[in-house]
Design a binder for this molecule. Structure first.
Ligand SMILES: [Zn+2]
Ligand SMILES: [Zn+2]
Length: 196
């Protein structure tokens, strides 16, 4: 079961793993309260926080959620330093491409940031894409170039997504794409190809 918490322009996701919960990203600073009240409602402990990348709309409530739950913090090894520097929270488990954590397979997707990751829920085919792509009005787009460290490299990553066996796309910005997700990624790749 995947729960989405929307806070203004950004989503965080809570995955119910039966006896415990997993959080993907932590939103902005004020998102903490919403996350904690959802955890309380679900009556299960939060054991793991996975950060898709260091940007402040994904790590804004990291310290608050960590302090309240003691959950272990997971991020790509190339993102550890900047997350720790900006949030003052230790990354307990650095991961790399191909690792599986909490039933989620890690895909290293450098471009938006150097340690950006996507996470595939191997059971449901849900793919959490962080900021590799965003959704707007039922369509997928690349994140505006000014937000990416290397926008052209991020474009290559969008193509790489098609090599992953996913069924649905869960972006950090916009609505989850539950129907025709692969078709929509293909349409985005084609639109970017035409732009060249
Ligand atoms: Zn970002
Ligand atoms: Zn973002």
């Amino acid at each position: 079961m995947i729960y989405r918490i929307k806070d203004g322009f950004v989503n965080v996701y809570i995955i119910d793993r039966g006896d415990h919960l997993v959080l993907i990203d932590t939103g902005i600073e004020g998102t903490c309260e919403k996350i904690l009240s959802k955890i309380k409602e679900l009556k299960k402990p939060l054991k793991t926080i996975i950060i898709t990348h260091h940007h402040l709309d994904h790590t804004g409530s990291l310290k608050c959620v960590k302090d309240a739950t003691g959950a272990k913090v997971v991020a790509h090894e190339e993102e550890v330093e900047v997350i720790e520097e900006r949030t003052r929270v230790k990354v307990d488990v650095p991961v790399k491409d191909g690792d599986v954590i909490e039933g989620l397979k890690v895909f290293h997707m450098p471009g938006h940031t150097k340690g950006s990751i996507c996470l595939l829920d191997e059971e449901s085919g849900a793919l959490f894409v962080g900021d590799i792509m965003i959704e707007r009005d039922g369509k997928l787009y690349e994140v505006p170039h000014r937000y990416s460290e290397d926008p052209m490299m991020n474009r290559e990553r969008i193509k790489d997504i098609l090599n992953i066996e996913f069924k649905s796309i869960y972006p950090a910005h916009g609505e989850p794409v539950l129907e025709n997700a692969r078709k929509k990624v293909k349409e985005l790749v084609e639109a970017l190809e035409r732009e060249k």
